[in-house]
Design a protein. Structure first.
Length: 120
């Protein structure tokens, strides 16, 4: 949430802010949704892959908990496949966060850079 607010502050025009906000919402929703689907399929193929068989809601819950790095540990990966899936989700979350931070830093650097003609 703080990252989204930082992006909104860093962006200049209202149109750009709307695009950034929609992109951030899509990214935040897409990563856990994709991994929830994968977790649900893994659990369906191997009911022992997680500490309990996952319903669609359970898979989404585990994915969101993993994405936010909360880690309540009430449902945990047990098989190698499930553990690798969790690792890939954590890495995807890290890459998305780093990318967002880099974009904000670039935008802020451009804002604070002097104008090319030396007037700013």
């Amino acid at each position: 949430m703080l990252l989204a607010l930082g992006l909104l502050v860093a962006i200049g025009s209202a149109h750009d802010r709307v695009l950034v906000l929609l992109s951030a919402v899509a990214a935040v929703a897409a990563i856990p949704a994709a991994f929830a689907g994968a977790m649900y399929r893994v659990s369906g193929a191997d009911p022992d892959a997680f500490s309990e068989p996952l319903s669609k809601v359970d898979a989404l819950y585990v994915s969101v908990i993993t994405f936010t790095t909360t880690g309540f540990r009430d449902i945990s990966p047990r098989s190698s496949t499930a553990r690798l899936l969790v690792v890939f989700e954590l890495l995807s979350t890290f890459v998305a966060a780093v990318l967002a931070i880099v974009l904000v830093a670039r935008r802020l650097r451009r804002r604070s850079a002097p104008a090319p003609d030396g007037t700013g």
